[in-house]
Design a protein around this ligand. Sequence first.
Ligand code: MN
Length: 250
Amino acid sequence: MVILVTNDDGIQAPALRQLKSALADLGRVVIVAPDRDQSASSHALTLYRPFRIERPEPDVYAVDGTPTDCVVVATHGLIDEAPTLVVSGVNHGPNMGEDVFYSGTVAAAIEGALNGLPSVAVSLVARRSDEVDWTEPARVTRSLVDAVLHHGLAPKSLLNVNLPWRGGAAYEGIRVTKLGQRVYQDSLITKTDPRGRPYYWIGGDEPVWVDEQETDFLAVSEGYVSVTPLMLDLTHHQARAEMRKWRLSI
Ligand code: MN
């Protein structure tokens, strides 16, 4: 059984190696990851240029592309054995609430689910500047992968996992949560370059969250591992019923 491990932080991310050894007793772990940091690349697919794939060592592939590209090539013949399950992560940084729409980590797991594979996205809620130890995140990921292999996941669904960074202290436990809601404080920074042309930088303060029970954000802020089951059907069924009353015509 092949467990496909990918990420959006890039092939050099230390979490990948930690995950590879933590998952080794469950199956053959194959890493297919972008050759550089592709964070916030969402579900981008490389269609308008060719790309290369390096294999620095057996069962480790570095793709000159996005996390989605990695899952596409891995499920379409790159590996001599088709993957059974996809693990994306462990990402260095949170992927909670509406941020799942920007996340390359979550997108790779979505791509796995689109290909009919049980898929798990895992993120560590730590700042990029935090010196983190990946041992515990990898251990928790292994236990969740084990549970997914045992119970299976509904078709077209995935798990989005966020782990608190507690500086070495133990987790409080684990909670099955729903996506929280972020209060966006993004701002557009406009400056002028040395040639007098304007340039832009999307910035923003630390995210603020709506105070709500049972959310991923609340679980993580209280020291719990958060597991949110997501489904790919974005259809708003209530709105469909409401819109029938519009009697749309063309
Ligand atoms: Mn990332």
